[in-house]
Write a protein that binds this ligand. Structure first.
Ligand SMILES: [Zn+2]
Ligand SMILES: [Zn+2]
Length: 314
């Protein structure tokens, strides 16, 4: 048990406030833990070329478009960048101090289980498959809660005004992922603390010894697979659908439908990876037969200034 708690503490308290952290968005592309890590961007770029060649697009023209000044200096992209920095600073001030509460949540749930059901440590951590069960459980709960909160953002006007900041992007690039209002970031962080704290507490109770999730390059195995399968194309103009697989795993094209400015696409495909949640809640739309010609919200929301987005979008 102590091993597990030490592991938790080391993981949760590693966030110091060094000066570099204030500039860390500049280094996102170098961090293997970020979706925009250069290795993932490279693999996703190659995937994009493959898609374009299949669609008989002119590759040189598309490449030129991908790297054109008109894209990267577009007001929508400039706002993405401003929000990335602003959010990182607010995150350091408001959210990073909360991270220790993940340990407190894990410890409280562990103590609750011991008080209620007696000492745990039923399964040795050395048993084959324990890490896999831990990783799969975390992944399923994490993915479902992300879906459910995303759905709440769309259904409740008070929450929508904050989530609308992500949707007001009229041009999608992989960095649009970080275009988020601080209130949404705070809610998402609380969700993550609860999920990882509670799951951690339960597994520390059940498992005797140190338990670690299955990871590649510092990210969960599911996150790694998601990233090399084109996660960055979700926020891009490259249309990559996955045919029948979309019934189980959401494709990049399905997230583009989620960003579509066409009313028939509103409130569809809330999920991150697993498509089942959207199917159960009747918000699932396959990419086949759909086209998205415009991203963003209405004209009122097309003002791409920080001032316009500061309090959310009504
Ligand atoms: Zn949304
Ligand atoms: Zn998005």
């Amino acid at each position: 048990m102590l091993d597990s708690l030490n592991f938790w503490l080391n993981n949760s308290l590693q966030w110091g406030k060094t000066p570099q952290e204030w500039l860390s968005p500049l280094f996102y592309v170098l961090s293997t833990e970020k979706r925009v890590f250069w290795g993932y961007l490279l693999v996703n770029g190659l995937l994009a070329l493959l898609v374009l060649s299949q669609q008989k697009e002119r590759i040189v023209g598309s490449l030129r478009k991908m790297f054109s000044k008109r894209v990267w200096l577009h007001p929508s992209v400039k706002l993405d960048v401003k929000l990335i920095f602003l959010n990182q600073w607010l995150w350091l001030l408001l959210i990073a101090p909360l991270l220790t509460s993940q340990v407190a949540i894990a410890l409280s749930s562990y103590r609750f289980l011991v008080d209620r059901f007696g000492p745990g440590d039923f399964v040795p951590s050395t048993l084959m498959g324990v890490s896999v069960i831990y990783s799969v459980t975390l992944f399923l709960i994490d993915d479902f809660t992300r879906f459910y909160i995303h759905r709440l953002y769309h259904q409740h006007p008070r929450l929508w005004r904050f989530h609308a900041v992500h949707h007001s992007a009229t041009l999608l690039t992989p960095f649009t992922l970080y275009r988020m209002h601080i209130v949404e970031m705070l809610i998402n962080s609380c969700r993550s603390l609860l999920v990882f704290g509670l799951c951690g507490g339960i597994f520390i109770y059940l498992v005797d010894g140190k338990i670690t999730p299955v990871e590649i390059l510092g990210t969960s195995i599911f996150g790694f697979l998601f990233n090399i399968a084109g996660s960055n194309l979700r926020h891009s103009h490259i249309w990559l659908g996955w045919g029948f697989i979309e019934r189980w795993v959401l494709s990049p094209a399905q997230h583009q439908i989620h960003h579509s400015a066409h009313p028939q696409h509103f409130n569809k495909n809330y999920g991150v990876m697993i498509a089942l949640w959207d199917r159960w809640f009747n918000s699932w739309v396959p990419s086949k037969g759909e086209t998205v010609t415009q991203f963003g919200l209405n004209e009122m929301a097309s003002d791409q200034t920080l001032r316009h987005h500061w309090l959310g979008i009504a």
